[in-house]
Design a protein. Structure first.
Length: 407
């Protein structure tokens, strides 16, 4: 299918695909088994400037948007969804700073994230606050020109590999959701330490850690988006970031289909290839159709979002106002519904396709030395993080009801 990518976008696809196939595919099993962080691959991604495809040139980026990030995520995830998270997690850290950061915050943090010199992470989940982020117990108490952080965050992707974190804590517990604020926290800050490393079903090349804060003192200059506006920061970020999860899911699904078709064409049963049976062809047809439908939805929504987002980013660089404030002047609506749709649909497709891939490959599909079971394990998390798919359906449903009330 021709999606009429620009010359620059096609170049991004080509270099991402080359790294995925030549550098990542041969070692993906190693990193899945050992759970080591893939630093040699990260260095390849740095040299190719793939961390910076969606950053403004003022911060060392290539000037693209969400579409460019999704193209990278899709290609890398075709080889390994876990390794792709080195870029995705850094993006999830960067988006709040891009959208809500002051000029000073952007100058301080974005160049290192754009170059991949420093990796990023986003931490909002707590033992008692998952889908319900308003249940945050981590606190940030104002103390002169500082905030004192106390509490625990868990399930932090990119865990100890990151050096810059966007974090959410309550600055006024009595105000509930309206008392949550967002902060930028740097690794090495006194009082900030790593807790346990999680052992996961999939995406095992990406470390997931518990983060502990014990009287962790950070400057008031690290407050992001204003006190009490943390949930707005999180929601505004997810509107932009969820297509990245969708792209990861799409890549996982495509990678699984590619491996399955190659095997089914070669594997002989009853004197003919598995793929020559009509039942197998019907399964493959459904898998391919679902993937292409997912890709069409993702690309269409992301291109439309970028039409407004890139304009807001450019205006922000001239005005000094936050990108999110400029975006509200340009956009007639938030992208919550469509962002939820692409995350929901692409991740459900990934789970369906990878499950069918295991089935179509038969016994070998269930074995650890054949890649499709890894695709299936990696796919599952895309239905869970950045809002479970039940939450995505809630978001879409709320949006539909709101639209009906305005007619």
């Amino acid at each position: 299918m021709n999606y009429f990518l620009t010359e620059e976008q096609q170049a991004i696809v080509d270099i991402s695909r080359e790294i995925a196939q030549k550098k990542i595919k041969p070692v993906r099993e190693h990193y899945d088994v050992t759970e080591e962080y893939p630093w040699p691959i990260v260095e390849e991604l740095r040299k190719a400037d793939l961390f910076g495809v969606y950053f403004h040139p003022n911060y060392g980026g290539l000037g693209g948007g969400g579409m460019e990030l999704c193209l990278v995520m899709e290609e890398i995830s075709k080889a390994c969804g876990g390794i792709a998270l080195s870029i995705a997690c850094t993006a999830l850290c960067a988006f709040p700073i891009i959208l809500f950061g002051t000029p000073e915050q952007k100058k301080r943090y974005l160049p290192d994230l754009a170059s991949g010199k420093k990796l990023g992470a986003f931490t909002i989940t707590e033992p008692e606050a998952g889908s319900d982020a308003t249940a945050t117990r981590c606190t940030a108490k104002k103390d002169g020109n500082f905030y004192i952080l106390n509490g625990t965050k868990n399930f932090c992707s990119n865990g100890n590999a990151a050096e810059i974190y966007t974090l959410f804590a309550s600055t006024n517990p009595k105000r509930g959701a309206r008392g949550i604020s967002a902060f930028i926290v740097e690794k090495g800050t006194a009082g900030f330490s790593m807790g346990k490393k999680e052992v996961k079903m999939g995406i095992r090349a990406s470390p997931t850690y518990e983060l502990n804060f014990d009287n962790c003192k950070i400057s008031k200059d690290n407050l992001l988006g204003g006190e009490g506006h943390g949930l707005s920061v999180a929601q505004g970020t997810f509107d932009i970031s969820r297509p990245g999860v969708a792209a990861q899911a799409l890549g996982i699904a495509q990678g699984a289909l590619d491996e399955t078709l190659a095997y089914a064409k070669m594997r002989k049963q009853f004197g003919q290839s598995v793929l020559s049976f009509q039942s197998s062809q019907h399964m493959a047809a459904d898998m391919a159709t679902q993937i292409e439908a997912a890709r069409a939805l993702l690309y269409t929504v992301t291109k439309a979002m970028d039409h407004e987002l890139l304009q807001a980013v450019e205006t922000s660089e001239k005005s000094g106002k936050a990108v999110y404030d400029e975006l509200k002047q340009i956009a007639s609506r938030r992208w919550t519904k469509y962002s939820a749709m692409v995350k929901l649909y692409c991740s459900d497709v990934a789970m369906k396709v990878t499950t069918d891939a295991v089935q179509l490959c038969g016994g070998i599909g269930y074995m650890r030395d054949f890649p499709v079971e890894k695709f299936m394990r990696d796919a599952k998390i895309t239905q869970i993080y950045e809002g479970t798919n039940q939450i995505q359906r809630n978001e879409i449903g709320y949006a539909l009801i709101k639209e009906l009330s305005q007619k």
